[in-house]
Design a protein around this ligand. Structure first.
Ligand code: URA
Ligand code: SF4
Length: 211
């Protein structure tokens, strides 16, 4: 019997190259099983040219209900963390703007972790958002976002610290704690504050910091 042909790797899914097209594509997306249980897609929010892009894990119940990322308790803490470095999702000047998104745009049922195939199905949207925003720095929040962006199984404690570079454009990327984790482990807030200072320093100094 001849060996079964090896299937060609799936071509990366093409997604629209402009904000309006991208928003519409996400709103109607059925590329993974999370589309069956979501109420709203959660595209992302903030300034479309922000120097800082925050990438979380995925919508929770509050975000699914409202269609906006980080609006529950973890979101309130994220807003406080951003405020501590002079930034907010409502601002549109380079010194204080931020764009906030997630590695998956639809809520994983019961707040389970998004699965690898779901993150991969959704990645073209995130990659396009990064391409359009062209942030100076991406900050991934928590283990799941960090592991998926860096394609690793390493624990968060190992991933925090160095400066990475994401994607073809090699956008600088730092990893820090997820605000939901900080709500459960307030002891880690001091280390989170160290990370926020480093983020602020990176964004306000012209020369790149070493990793
Ligand atoms: N947690 C996330 O990772 N993202 C959200 O949008 C809300 C909570
Ligand atoms: Fe599409 Fe992403 Fe939602 Fe999956 S999570 S259905 S890939 S928008």
């Amino acid at each position: 019997m001849p060996a079964a042909p090896v299937p060609a790797p799936a071509a990366p899914r093409e997604v629209p190259g402009d904000w309006n097209g991208l928003r519409a594509a996400v709103a109607g997306c059925e590329a993974c099983k999370l589309c069956r249980t979501r109420t709203h897609t959660v595209f992302g929010v903030g300034d479309e040219q922000a120097p800082l892009m925050i990438v979380g894990e995925g919508p929770g119940a509050d975000e699914d209900a409202r269609g906006e990322p980080f609006v529950g308790r973890a979101g309130q803490l994220l807003d406080e963390m951003l405020k501590s470095i002079g930034r907010s999702r409502q601002q549109h000047d380079a010194a204080s703007a931020v764009f906030i998104a997630n590695v998956v745009k639809c809520r994983p049922p019961g707040n389970r972790d998004p699965e690898a195939d779901e993150v991969e199905a959704c990645r073209p949207y995130l990659d396009r958002q990064i391409e359009l925003v062209r942030p100076k720095l991406i900050v991934a929040l928590g283990r799941v976002a960090a592991q998926r962006l860096l394609d690793t199984d390493a624990p968060l404690s190992r991933l925090r610290g160095p400066l990475y570079h994401y994607g073809a454009a090699r956008t600088p990327l730092l990893i820090t704690y997820h605000p939901a984790y900080l709500l459960r482990s307030p002891r880690e807030k001091a280390k989170s504050w160290d990370d926020l200072k480093k983020i602020h320093q990176f964004l306000t100094q012209p020369a790149p910091i070493s990793s």
